[in-house]
Design a protein around this ligand. Sequence first.
Ligand SMILES: NC(=O)c1ccc[n+]([C@@H]2O[C@H](COP(=O)([O-])OP(=O)(O)OC[C@H]3O[C@@H](n4cnc5c(N)ncnc54)[C@H](OP(=O)(O)O)[C@@H]3O)[C@@H](O)[C@H]2O)c1
Length: 254
Amino acid sequence: MTSRLQNKYALITGGFAGIGLETAKQFCLEGACVAITGRSEAGLERAQSYLGENLGKNAVTIQSDAADIQQQQALADKIKTQFPRLDVIYINAGDVTHKPFNEWEEADFDRVMNTNLKGPFFLIRALLPLLSDSASVILCGSVSAQIGLPQSSVYAASKAGLISLARTLSGELKHLGIRVNTLSPGPTLTEAFDKFGLPENEQEALINQVKELVPLKRLGTPLELAKAAVFLASDESSYMLGSELLIDGGVGNL
Ligand SMILES: NC(=O)c1ccc[n+]([C@@H]2O[C@H](COP(=O)([O-])OP(=O)(O)OC[C@H]3O[C@@H](n4cnc5c(N)ncnc54)[C@H](OP(=O)(O)O)[C@@H]3O)[C@@H](O)[C@H]2O)c1
């Protein structure tokens, strides 16, 4: 076990499953104290059981909706009562809805943008007074922002917004010692695939189709993404600013 995140306090949004939950585990193993958020009761229980002995010792769970702008200040206030400061924010909660261009209703558009872009914008602002003078803010992008995948119009635009935000906030906050970077996954095997509401055989067919799009011909694992997040959260990435790290099996570049 290494301790690249010793004495660091971290918040991971959307940490009740998938990439966020595995990242919380890896952060704990590297010595950090971690707060994770999510919405559902089932997710909360699953996360608590996955974190095991870390829970209560160096991990806390908080129910909070990333899409609800009012809840972002409340979350920041709660973090203030738990941690003396924040060294890492990982904006990971994301709404992965995909639909044909003609089928997007305004409410769907708003929900995706609120979860993926507007909520994070106001959360980071609410947390600013708590950020340390060597803080790392990691925004979860997606390789979808780099390619023209059908049905991803709103989702990809929201992630492109985050990639832009990593640059502009880095420019605005660098004098405070705060670095903002994007971590962009390619297709990764998580519970996100359950959210398309497909029967089991169709979901499997979708996963096989997606694998074919990936130059490495497989999906990524939450652990591969979590290891990259550890790097970005740690001082090992101290020369990265306003940048994007693609962990995508080659989708964005080949
Ligand atoms: N998996 C992929 O192939 C892939 C590819 C590119 C990018 N990404 C990005 O990676 C991030 C994580 O994805 P994942 O695949 O790990 O997803 P996941 O397995 O579905 O997990 C998402 C987590 O976020 C929570 N969450 C969802 N909406 C939330 C909200 N409004 N407020 C608070 N928590 C919320 C969920 O818990 P609750 O349901 O309890 O809220 C869950 O814990 C997302 O930003 C996604 O866009 C994923």
